[in-house]
Design a protein around this ligand. Structure first.
Ligand code: SF4
Ligand code: SF4
Length: 253
């Protein structure tokens, strides 16, 4: 009873925030220990440090409140648009980037507000402004929202390594709040890509991820070379929304 009431209170709070900003999204809760067990070793240490003396309480009774905001459809359609001469339309692609930044800002603000209103530790949508020499340096900077979201039942892990939500595809970004409030936990969604390979066809790094040492380093270098207003790409995201076997089912607003 208490678990359900707490869940509903926080969800209602989040839904109200979404309505205020005019975006759509998803909400769920993951069991703390299940997430912790699935994290890379370096991220386990991060989580232990974030939680400090509360860590053992969270392992026993903790949760991640996880919420995502979906990109508007127009933004996804601005990814990797070509001009008449075949060159990249960076102006358009940056429209997607602006939405990316905007959504991160909303998520970070909402995470703070949920933590202030209900208690807990916010984990922001992204780590900003840090220059790294190798993608591995990112792994130790924050906790994976993808692991949290899939354990909250908000989507399955796609072949592009993003979380695929049944309604919004991968065009969604997440933030979380760690809490010891009693809450109903979601169930992990098993991978459901089936025979689809649309994202793999959109990116040679993804397609060859099993052969490359760490395809995410290739991805990082490609993104730097792209030179957009933020370090993002999104081609594998757009491929899932527009070309996957689920494209008729997905619907962004
Ligand atoms: S973000 Fe771009 S470069 Fe990175 S995996 Fe996706 S499509 Fe490939
Ligand atoms: S494009 Fe297809 S294979 Fe890739 S994540 Fe989406 S559903 Fe899965």
């Amino acid at each position: 009873m208490e678990r359900g009431q707490n869940f509903q209170k926080i969800k209602t709070f989040f839904d109200r925030k979404l309505a205020e900003i005019g975006y759509y999204g998803v909400f769920g809760v993951a069991e703390f220990k299940k997430v912790y067990d699935m994290l890379m070793s370096v991220q386990k240490v991060i989580l232990e440090n974030i939680c400090c003396e509360q860590f053992h309480d969270f392992i026993m009774n903790g949760s991640f409140v996880c919420f995502g905001i979906a990109f508007p459809e127009f933004a996804v359609d601005c990814i990797d648009v070509r001009l008449c001469d075949g060159s990249i339309d960076r102006h358009k692609w940056n429209i997607y980037v602006e939405e990316y930044n905007k959504i991160n800002g909303f998520l970070n603000a909402i995470a703070g507000e949920i933590a202030d209103s209900f208690g807990g530790i916010p984990i922001q949508a992204t780590v900003e402004g840090i220059k790294v020499k190798n993608v591995e340096e990112y792994y130790g900077m924050t906790v994976s929202h993808r692991v949290i979201a899939e354990n909250a039942g908000l989507g399955w892990r796609g072949k592009n390594e993003l979380v695929v939500n049944e309604k919004f595809s991968c065009a969604i970004r997440f933030a979380s709040v760690i809490t010891d409030l009693p809450l109903i936990h979601g169930e992990k969604v098993e991978t459901s890509c089936g025979e689809c390979e649309a994202c793999l066809k959109s990116c040679s790094f993804l397609k060859n991820k099993d052969k490359l040492e760490d395809y995410r380093e290739n991805c990082r270098k490609y993104i730097l070379k792209l030179g957009l207003k933020a370090e993002v790409c999104g081609k594998c995201n757009k491929a899932c929304y527009r070309k996957s076997i689920f494209r008729e089912r997905f619907k962004l607003k």
